[in-house]
Unconditional design. Structure first.
Length: 254
């Protein structure tokens, strides 16, 4: 399995990160991708990648919830890091209308700038779109060209929205929300094609059932995969095989 989205460099894992990674590896986890948040998360993220270079993979970007009036200063730092070394993706970037709508124009501008960097460096984007999925799909449709690839992280939308993402040849990240009874994903997941689905946890957030409300971790990726298998009436092995192949395609792994 590959966890395409986990923030296991955060404070919630300070005391037991080695155990967290051991548990994930014991369940067959190959890699965990670490989306950046802002300037405050870079050092811890890169330190964790350095400790586990064959397992943890850093990406670089500015999270929309960290976009404020002075977002250009944060983007200068992102741009500087992109010029220093290789990153697997630009992320996480996007829009968020859940917490605060004050800086939505700045979020859109930051998204456009970072999307262009992804095109320049020929790497995918990891998209955050909480309460803003249609708007963000519209943005990607506007910005897309042959070089732009990426994943809509934490998908909890409709079949129609999934179809729009599939038409863009973008990926759909399924995580803990897929296991929630009130999410409606039990009706959506059987209707979407698996060619563009990848697994994620968004650790430490959005832990799947039966751990809902507790700290999430990459080992719980298997619970998400099992729920998808149940919805689609197939085997866990099939879901793991398909989503792992998709993740490798997303991140251009051989």
């Amino acid at each position: 399995m590959i966890d395409t989205h986990a923030h296991i460099y955060l404070e919630q894992f300070k005391e037991d990160i080695d155990d967290v990674i051991t548990r994930a590896k014991e369940l067959g986890m190959e890699k965990v991708y670490l989306p950046n948040i802002d300037r405050t998360s870079i050092d811890n993220m890169l330190s964790l990648e350095e400790r586990y270079p064959d397992f943890c993979v850093a990406t670089m970007g500015l999270h929309p919830c960290s976009v404020k009036a002075d977002f250009e200063k944060e983007l200068y730092l992102v741009e500087d890091w992109l010029g220093k070394r290789y990153f697997a993706a630009i992320g996480e970037i996007g829009t968020d209308l859940y917490w605060d709508k004050t800086f939505i124009d700045q979020q859109i501008e930051a998204f456009k700038i970072q999307t262009q960097w992804a095109k320049d460096y020929k790497i995918p984007i990891i998209i955050h779109c909480r309460e803003s999925l249609d708007m963000t799909i519209d943005l990607v449709e506007e910005l897309r060209d042959e070089s732009l690839k990426g994943v809509f992280h934490c998908f909890n939308g409709t079949v129609e929205q999934a179809r729009r993402i599939e038409e863009l040849d973008f990926f759909i990240g399924l995580g803990g929300v897929s296991t929630f009874k009130n999410s409606g994903m039990n009706e959506v997941i059987p209707e979407i094609t698996m060619n563009n689905v990848v697994l994620e946890t968004d650790s430490p957030y959005l832990a799947p059932v039966p751990h809902r409300g507790k700290r999430n971790e990459p080992a719980y990726t298997q619970l998400v995969a099992q729920k998808i298998a149940d919805y689609r009436e197939t085997s866990l092995e099939n879901i793991i095989s398909e989503t792992t192949a998709n993740a490798k395609r997303l991140f251009q792994l051989t």
